[in-house]
Design a protein around this ligand. Structure first.
Ligand code: NAD
Length: 497
C-alpha cells in the first residue's frame, strides 16, 4: 500500500515514528494509502531545517522571491488536472468543484507575486526638524500552518504563498485525511526553484500539532479547522508566546426576503448548501424564510434537492460527491436522526443512499428540514454535511436577531431587491463575510477571509493585507543625521521640535 511520507529540506523523507493513519477514497470506501504520523522529534527536526533556511531566504530581495512564486503559479496551472484529481481521490468532492477550489488557492499565489509592492512601508519626511521616520515590515521566522480536510489545496494556499513571499519559512501540517495534495504542492515549489527547507510538510495528528505549539522556534501559527480545536490552538499558541490566527467552524444563514428573486435564491441555496456535500465552512446550512415566502421556498427547494445527482467525484454528471470518511457519514446521518427526534419536519431524506457499483462509498443524499427552530441542536451545531434547515420568521428584524444571537459568525447572505434591507443588513449583521444576492461570499485573494465570534480566534483573517500583516513584524525607524552640531544629553521625554 502507498505510504505518504513527510517533505522536508526539498525531499520526501521517512519519519521516525511507526504511527500511520489511513487514507480512503470516499467514492469507493476503499483505503488507498497510509500516511506517516510525525513524532515530536520529526517536527522538531523539520523546524531546525526551516530555521536554517530562514537565514538566507529572508535576505533574498522580495522581487527574487516573487519570481519563484510566479514560476510556482505556472506550475500549478500546468499540473492543475493532476492536483484536482488528488483532491477528488482523497476528499471526494466533484471534479469541477475541486478545480474551483484550486483556482481560489491559485489566486492567493497570484496575489503573493506582488510582494515587492505589498511590502512597501511608509515614510514621513521631517517628523521633526531634520528628522525622518519610516516603517518597514520584516518576516517573523519559521511559521506553521495546520489545515482541515475540506480544502486540501486551497486552505494551505491561503497561508504559505504569502508567508514565504514575506520571507518566512513554513511548516505545513495538513489534514491526515487527505495529505497527498500538500506533498505535491511542496514538490512543485521545489521545481519552481524554492530553496530547500523554505517549505516543509509534516504529516501527523494531535502529536504533531502539539509539537508545533510547543516549539519555541515557531513564531506564528495559522490554523483552520473546527471551533474546539481552533480555541485550543489559540490558547496554546498564546501560552507559548506565538502569534496566532485560528479560524473555526460555522453555521451560515441565507435570508430569503419575500421580495427577492426566488429562483436566484433557490439556485444560490442549492449550490451553497449541497455543493461539496456541505463540507465547506462557507456552506449555507440555514435558510431563513421571512414573511410568507416559506411554503414556496420549501416547495422549490425540495424538488431540486430530490433531483440532486449524487455520485463519485470523477463522474462528470455528479453534482455532489460522498462525504470524506465513514465516521463523518455516521455523524451527519446521526444529526438527521436527531433533527427528526427534535421535531423538525424532514422534507427530503437522503439517508441510507447506496449507489450501484459504489455500495461502500460514503454517500448521503441531500437532506432538507423545514420548521427548524433556534432551540434545536440541528440549528445550533455545525453538521458539515448536505443538510439544509429552513427556519421561518415573520420579519427582517427577527431574521437579523436570530443570526446575531448565533455563536458562529463566519458567512451570511441576504436575497432581496430592497436596497435599504441590503444596506441595513450589511451594516448591522454580526458576521465577518456578508453576501447580498450572492450565495457564498468568499472574499477574493486581495481582500481578506475571516469570520467573527466563535468562527475566528485571533485578530487577523487570511490573505489580502491581513495576511501580509500577520506574517510580518512592523519596525518603525526614526532617524536624524547630525550636520556637525552634536546635541547634549537630554533627560526628558523626547518631543519633536
Ligand atoms: P479539525 O478541527 O478536526 O482538524 C483540523 C486540523 O486540526 C487537522 O490538521 C487535524 O489534524 C488537527 N486536529 C484535529 N484534532 C486535533 C486535536 N485534538 N488536537 C490538535 N490538533 C487536532 O477539522 P476538520 O474536520 O479537518 O475540518 C472541518 C472543520 O474545519 C469544520 O468545522 C469547518 O467549518 C472548519 N473550517 C473552517 C474554515 C474557516 O475558514 N473558518 C475553513 C475550512 C474549514
Amino acid at each position: 500500500m502507498k505510504l505518504i511520507e513527510h517533505f522536508v529540506n526539498g525531499k520526501i523523507i521517512p519519519g521516525s515514528s511507526d504511527k500511520k493513519g489511513k487514507v480512503f477514497n470516499p467514492a469507493t470506501g476503499e483505503q488507498e494509502s497510509e500516511v506517516r504520523l510525525a513524532s515530536k522529534s520529526d517536527l522538531d527536526s523539520a523546524v531546525q531545517v526551516a530555521k536554517k533556511a530562514f537565514e538566507t531566504w529572508s535576505l533574498k530581495p522580495p522581487l527574487q522571491r516573487a519570481r519563484i512564486i510566479f514560476k510556482f503559479k505556472e506550475l500549478i496551472e500546468k499540473n492543475s488536472d493532476e492536483l484536482t484529481k488528488l483532491i477528488v481521490s482523497e476528499h471526494g468532492k466533484v471534479f469541477e468543484d475541486a478545480r474551483g477550489s484550486l483556482t481560489r488557492g491559485l489566486e492567493v499565489v497570484e496575489f503573493a507575486c506582488g510582494i515587492p509592492h505589498l511590502l512597501k512601508g511608509e515614510f514621513s519626511e521631517n517628523v521633526g526638524t531634520n528628522v525622518d521616520s519610516w516603517s518597514m515590515r520584516q518576516p517573523l521566522g519559521v511559521v506553521a500552518g495546520i489545515t482541515p480536510f475540506n480544502f486540501p489545496a486551497m486552505v494551505p494556499m491561503w497561508m504559505f504563498p504569502i508567508a514565504i513571499a514575506c520571507g518566512n519559512t513554513f511548516i505545513l501540517k495538513p489534514s491526515e485525511k487527505d495529505p497527498s495534495c500538500a506533498i505535491r504542492l511542496a514538490e512543485l515549489l521545489s521545481e519552481a526553484g524554492l530553496p530547500d527547507g523554505v517549505f516543509n510538510v509534516i504529516n501527523g495528528d494531535k502529536e504533531a500539532v502539539d509539537a508545533i505549539l510547543e516549539n519555541k522556534d515557531i513564531k506564528a501559527v495559522s490554523f483552520v479547522g473546527s471551533t474546539p480545536i481552533a480555541k485550543y490552538i489559540y490558547e496554546n499558541s498564546a501560552k507559548n508566546e506565538k502569534r496566532v490566527q485560528a479560524l473555526g467552524g460555522a453555521k451560515n444563514h441565507l435570508v430569503v426576503m419575500p421580495d427577492c428573486d426566488l429562483d436566484g435564491a433557490v439556485n444560490g441555496l442549492m449550490g451553497a448548501a449541497y455543493g461539496s456535500a456541505g463540507e465547506r465552512c462557507m456552506a449555507q446550512s440555514v435558510a431563513v424564510a421571512v414573511g410568507d415566502i416559506g411554503d414556496e421556498l420549501v416547495s422549490r427547494l425540495s424538488k431540486k434537492a430530490e433531483a440532486l445527482k449524487v455520485g463519485p467525484g470523477m463522474d462528470k454528471t455528479s453534482e455532489m460527491g460522498p462525504l470524506v470518511t465513514k465516521e463523518h457519514l455516521e455523524k451527519v446521518t446521526s444529526y438527521v436522526d436527531l433533527g427528526v427526534e427534535e421535531g423538525a419536519k424532514l422534507v427530503v431524506d437522503g439517508r441510507g443512499l447506496k449507489l450501484q457499483g459504489y455500495e461502500n462509498g460514503f454517500y448521503i443524499g441531500g437532506c432538507l428540514f423545514d420548521h427548524v427552530n433556534k432551540d434545536m441542536r440541528i440549528y445550533k451545531e455545525e453538521i458539515f454535511g448536505p443538510v439544509l434547515s429552513v427556519v421561518r420568521v415573520k420579519t427582517f428584524e427577527e431574521a437579523a436577531k436570530l443570526i446575531n444571537d448565533h455563536e458562529y459568525g463566519n458567512g451570511v447572505s441576504i436575497y432581496t431587491r430592497d436596497g435599504d434591507a441590503g444596506r441595513t443588513f450589511a451594516s448591522k449583521i454580526q458576521v465577518g463575510m456578508v453576501g447580498i444576492n450572492v450565495p457564498i461570499p468568499v472574499p477574493m485573494a486581495f481582500h481578506s477571509f475571516g469570520g467573527w465570534k466563535r468562527s475566528l480566534f485571533g485578530d487577523s483573517g487570511m490573505h489580502g493585507m491581513e495576511g501580509i500583516k500577520f506574517y510580518t513584524k512592523l519596525k518603525t525607524i526614526t532617524s536624524r543625521w547630525p550636520s556637525g552640531v552634536r546635541s547634549n544629553a537630554e533627560f526628558v521625554m523626547p518631543t519633536m521640535k
